[in-house]
Structures are given as C-alpha cells and as structure tokens.
Write a protein that binds this ligand. Structure first.
Ligand code: NDP
Length: 323
C-alpha cells in the first residue's frame, strides 16, 4: 500500500483526497518509481475539474522524479537504484507508482530530484514551444503571457538567452519583478493595462513575431493584435478558460497570421523526439540558458492547498509535492 491523492469526482481542490492505495508489481515494460519530488502543473487542475477527460477515480499528476525500486519484465534500460525523472500518464501524486519505462529518463547527478520534477513537463514544454513550434531566433520579438508562472519564467529565460526581445504580461507588480529577473525586457500588468496597446507602444508599432499564450479566454482575441503580419499565435493553455470558437477569417484580417494549439504529449510521443528534447533541455541548463530554480516544495498531503493557490493566481514559478 502507498499513500496517494485520489479524485473520485470532478470538483474543487477538496476533491483531492489523501488515501492508501494498492501498488502492484510493475507490469511488462514498466518500472516502479519511489517519488522524491512530484511536479504540480496546471493540467492537474483541468483534470481535477473535469475540463480534460479522466476516468474516475484517478491519481492526478503527470511529472515526477525519484528512484527505481522495481523493474518489470522486458525492461532493459533501467535498474533498481537508478535516479530517474519522467513526464507521462496520470498517477504522479503518490509515494510510488508504476509507469511505462518509455516515459522515463535517467536524471544526471547535477540535476536534483526537485529540479528533475520541474524540468520534465514544464521544461520540455518551454523546449518545444521555443525550438519546435516556432523557432525563436536572435532579434525576434516574443510576447509571453503569465511570464512569472512555471512555464512562463522558463519561456522568458530561454527566449532571452536566444537573444529574442521578450515582453511578458503578469498579474501583479511582484510578478513583474520576477518576470524581469527571468529575462523579460518589458513587462505589462495586464489586469490594469490593455496589453495589446502596450505591446504596440513597446515595439514602436512593429508588433511581435510570436505570442505564447497559456492564459486562453481572457487574452483572446487581443493576443492576435500583438502580432506582426505572418506572426504565429501559439495557444498552449487555458488557465482563464478555453478560447471560444472563432472565424478563421480573423487570421486573414489581422495580417495573414498563423495559429496553433500544440500539446507536449504529441511532441514526446516518439521516444527519439523525447530523448532529443531532454538532451536539448539539459544542454540549455548546462549553458545556463535556463536555470531551474529550486521549486517551492509542499508535503503530498497539502496538494489541495497548492491547487487552491495555483488557480487563484497566488503562485509564482514552479511547485513540487514531496511524499
Ligand atoms: P502557471 O504557474 O503559469 O499558473 C497559471 C498562471 O496563469 C497564473 O499564475 C496567472 O498568472 C495566469 N492566469 C491568468 N488568468 C488566470 C485565471 N483566470 N486563473 C488562473 N490563472 C490565470 O501554470 P503552469 O506553468 O503549470 O502552466 C501554464 C500554462 O501552460 C497553463 O495554461 C497550462 O495548461 C499550459 N501548459 C500547456 C502545455 C502544453 O503542452 N500545451 C504543457 C504545460 C503547460 P498571472 O497572475 O501573472 O496572470
């Protein structure tokens, strides 16, 4: 038996229940990981509320780090005692779990368990957004919404290390400082100012090459007005609610824009791509293009408190749960 957080029906943070659950031996192709750190992500909220589908009851969490404690039949690349991290299927909010070995990578000694548990889902998201969805280059003007958040700070850091000019939006003056420290040259308090008008001023009318938007409903369609002709609108999340359907003709009217709604899980579906992305991420950490600050850590039993803080916009950066 292991302690785990389970969700029995869609609901608020109190739907997260600490329980004892059975943990069978790992099946063929699986490994069993004892968690040292478990990543908390906005997707865990979408699952808990039912905004994203999940079969009830379920253990939330897609990201973690720890050590291998058992290996299933046919697994060749991992041994008991290996330090590992993963992004993968549900089941993260637990003392220990089984997971497909294909979702797991070896964690270098230079990366702590807590950093590993942040690097996988949030770090790889920043990786594919900046290097695969739209390849950010020197001189590009980049708008990052929620620039003090978990993914937001990594986007600001990495885009500025690529010599892009980064403008970030944030919800408070305290968050503005954090986004600046992460590499944003200009910061907009989008709860107090019209961010599209400010982007026009800041860029002297030249607007942005790409907008990274994990906020969704509250920033649409104004995000499109921040883009220069042929710019790329990347809608990668909906912390404020999903964007309503819109007329695709809007993209023509606003300057022959491109729009995409990518997901990390498509990008890592092939093991080869997953490994390449991890390698690029580790390289960026080594070159200090990205700094994974030690995340704020909370006991597993406090998952509900952490969810409540995340969805009421009180958090900055990344958070982990520790069993
Ligand atoms: P964050 O730490 O960024 O938290 C969300 C932030 O969104 C808040 O802190 C807040 O920042 C901002 N926000 C704006 N409006 C609201 C609102 N109405 N309610 C709550 N928050 C709001 O979370 P994550 O780093 O975990 O995730 C960021 C986004 O990235 C999410 O949308 C997530 O779904 C998405 N994502 C997408 C992936 C993909 O592959 N498509 C993978 C990983 C994450 P502020 O106060 O500054 O406005």
């Amino acid at each position: 038996m292991v302690k785990a957080i389970r969700v029995h029906r869609p609901g608020g943070p109190d739907a997260l229940q600490l329980e004892e659950i059975e943990l069978p031996a790992p099946g063929p192709g699986e490994v069993q990981i004892r968690h040292r750190a478990i990543g908390v992500n906005y997707i865990d909220i979408y699952r808990r509320t039912g905004a994203y589908p999940a079969e009830f009851p379920f253990v939330p969490g897609h990201e973690g780090a720890g050590e291998i404690v058992a290996v299933g039949e046919g697994v060749k690349d991992f041994e008991v005692g290996d330090r590992v991290a993963y992004v993968g299927g549900l089941g993260g909010y637990s003392e220990a779990r089984n997971i497909a070995a294909d979702s797991v990578i070896h964690l270098p000694k230079s990366v702590s368990y807590a950093q590993g548990a942040v690097m996988m889902l949030k770090g790889l998201t920043a990786q594919y957004l900046l290097r695969r969805t739209f390849r950010v280059k020197k001189g590009h003007r980049v708008l990052v919404h929620a620039g003090a958040g978990g993914v937001g700070q990594l986007l600001c850091q990495w885009a500025s290390a690529l010599d892009a000019k980064v403008v970030a939006t944030v919800g408070s003056p305290e968050k503005a400082e954090i986004a600046r420290k992460a590499g944003a040259q200009d910061v907009i308090l989008y709860r107090a100012e019209k961010f599209d008008e400010r982007v026009k001023e800041i860029t002297k009318g030249r607007l942005c090459d790409v907008v990274y938007d994990g906020v969704g409903r509250a920033t649409f369609p104004a995000s499109l007005d921040c883009l220069a002709p042929f710019g790329m609108f990347v809608s990668f999340g909906s912390a404020s609610g999903p964007i309503e359907s819109f007329d695709i003709g809007l993209l023509a009217q606003k300057g022959s824009l491109y729009a995409t709604r990518p997901s990390l899980f498509t990008h890592i579906a092939k093991r080869r791509d997953y490994e390449d992305m991890v390698e690029d991420m580790l390289h960026a950490i080594k070159r200090e293009h990205v700094t994974i600050d030690p995340p704020q850590a909370f006991p597993l039993a406090e998952a509900a408190k952490v969810h409540a803080a995340l969805e009421s916009r009180q958090t900055v950066g990344s958070m982990v749960l520790t069993p």
